[in-house]
Design a protein around this ligand. Structure first.
Ligand SMILES: Cc1cc2nc3c(=O)[nH]c(=O)nc-3n(C[C@H](O)[C@H](O)[C@H](O)COP(=O)(O)OP(=O)(O)OC[C@H]3O[C@@H](n4cnc5c(N)ncnc54)[C@H](O)[C@@H]3O)c2cc1C
Length: 500
């Protein structure tokens, strides 16, 4: 007897049935639920969420200063105007999401403290059986669904990534990761070293600079920062002349996306000029004598990694005021009193913050099987960064890195609803993506192109992610500007989609 027969013959319990099951109540899950109930009003659905509230990323991260690094006109949904300053705190984002949930009565569909552990697809029944642990009782609860909408993000929420440096156990002070920020930590009068050079470090350093005796940002290599004031002049002007918020939202989104498109293009066609402009932006805060190339002049092209936005140049202001400083060096070891650097310098520290990133998670640590066979997503090929060969009736919402993540939540929302309505019209119960015979012979490449975009958390775990082909339909292009025109026109009866 093979595994398929075991599953099909023994496990007949289908539990509570929903047409669609959404995993995760972060910004992706909430947006997807809105689209589903608006564009497929007849479908029943449930959202399973591990945490005891909505928000995902914006609940997990509680470190000082936690905020978006993209503007909320585009990080906000297409359908709900953003009325505040472009860069928003986690609390403001949660308030916005709370309004979306309340205005659309989404709450009654969310089961909090339900961790989705297993999902088994049966091609005979055309059904996913989904097991979730009820974290209050420890009980396993069975659900079944025709379609899985995977909105569980891309990293482990429990713990961030900390490299293993020699001597860590010798350090007598406290080591803290921003993803698990201790509630009662007291930084007053402390010497703090913050390791990292990304958006998190850039947010934290100015937010704690006033409390500490001194904070040092220790980076192995520099990042591009983009300082600008946290306001949108066009939005302010439109409001001043009495334009209603829906229109302000639509126009300002359009303006920001136009400008970003131009910047992305320039980063590719004239990277040296863009680099120079970014370095000039730093100079305006730190002056001619500051070693800008050493600390803020990366060797990679602008936007090969996310450009970190600094509202009002807050980190540079901290440096200019002498409350914060930057050291670009490598760590030789931790010592009892701080960090020994390869250059010979020693950084004294009472507290070391490791803003060193995330642990990538592929589809939320869920055990997937299809007809009794365990799914290893690394063996699949992705269709448009959302569906996977050999895995029917499942879409993963994986947003953009260079543009706001949520732009793709809205776009995939439209696509999935169009697909579900199309299946109903055809009487199909299963949809799967399939490679053509020619595509079958193409080389399977890693999920992301390291030449195009190469953040550490992706590079570390790339081997776990689905593969792509050198063909834009079979990859996550990370190109919002291309997809926004293409996605609405995808031929649902095209050769890549197989129905039964
Ligand atoms: C500090 C920080 C700042 C960021 N700022 C920006 C920004 O400004 N702009 C931008 O575009 N992107 C930003 N990002 C990227 C950001 O993660 C995404 O934009 C977005 O918040 C992801 O939303 P999500 O709903 O897809 O995933 P998440 O926010 O990760 O939410 C996923 C949810 O799914 C739940 N879940 C996971 N697995 C399971 C399971 N097995 N069962 C049940 N529930 C599960 C989790 O508990 C969580 O609530 C930032 C990320 C971080 C960490």
């Amino acid at each position: 007897m093979n595994e398929t027969e075991t599953l099909e013959s023994v496990d007949t319990d289908t539990g509570e049935y929903f047409d669609v099951l959404i995993i995760g109540a972060g910004i992706s899950g909430v947006g997807s639920a809105y689209h589903l109930q608006t564009q497929c009003p007849g479908k029943s659905y449930v959202i399973l969420e591990t945490k005891d509230t909505f928000g995902g990323t914006w609940v997990t991260h509680t470190y000082p200063g936690i905020r978006s690094d993209s503007d909320l006109y585009t990080f906000g949904y297409r359908f709900k105007p953003w009325v505040g300053a472009p860069i928003a705190s986690a609390d403001e984002i949660l308030k916005y999401m709370g309004e979306v949930i309340e205005e659309n009565a989404l709450d009654e569909h969310i089961r909090y403290r339900h961790r989705n552990d297993r999902a088994e697809w049966s091609s005979t029944e055309k059904l996913w059986r989904v097991d979730a642990t009820d974290l209050d009782t420890g009980e396993t609860k069975r659900f079944s669904t025709s379609f899985l909408w995977a909105c569980q993000g891309y990293y482990h929420h429990e713990q961030g990534y900390t490299p293993d440096w020699p001597g860590m156990e010798d350090f007598q002070g406290q080591i803290v990761h921003p993803q698990t920020w201790p509630e009662n930590i007291d930084l007053t009068g402390k010497k703090v070293v913050c390791i990292g050079s990304g958006a998190t470090a850039a947010t934290l350093v100015p937010a704690i600079a006033d409390d500490c005796e001194h904070v040092t940002l220790l980076q192995r290599s520099p990042t591009y920062f983009y300082p600008a004031s946290n306001q949108n002049e066009l939005a302010d002007r439109l409001r001043q002349i009495g334009i209603e918020e829906e229109t302000v939202h639509r126009i300002v989104r359009q303006q920001i996306l136009f400008d970003q498109d131009e910047l992305t293009r320039r980063c590719q066609t004239e990277p040296d000029a863009v680099r120079q402009e970014l370095l000039e932006g730093v100079k305006a805060y730190l002056g001619e004598d500051y070693p800008i190339e050493e600390h803020f002049g990366p060797t990679y092209r602008p936007w090969q990694q996310r450009l970190a936005f600094l509202p009002d140049g807050d980190m540079f202001q901290g440096i200019a005021a002498g409350k914060a400083s930057v050291v670009t060096d490598t760590i030789e070891s931790f010592t009892e009193t701080g960090i020994q650097l390869t250059s010979g310098q020693h950084l004294d520290a009472d507290i070391i913050i490791t803003a060193t990133g995330f642990n990538l998670s592929v589809l939320g640590n869920i055990d997937f099987t299809v007809d009794g066979q365990r799914v290893d997503f690394a063996d699949t090929v992705t269709w448009r960064g959302m569906m996977f060969t050999g895995v029917p009736n499942l879409v993963w919402v994986f947003g953009y890195f260079r543009a706001s993540w949520t732009l793709r939540v809205d776009m995939l929302g439209d696509f999935v609803c169009r697909l579900l309505n199309h299946m109903d019209a055809k009487g199909a119960r299963q949809v799967e993506v399939q490679l053509s015979p020619e595509e079958e012979t193409m080389e399977r490449l890693p999920w992301g192109n390291p030449d195009d975009f190469n953040p550490g958390y992706l590079m570390r775990r790339m081997h776990l992610l689905p593969k792509r082909l050198d063909k834009y339909e079979w990859q996550h292009t990370q190109d919002y500007w291309r997809e926004k025109d293409e996605f609405p026109k995808i031929d649902l009866d095209g050769p890549a989609l197989k129905y039964s």
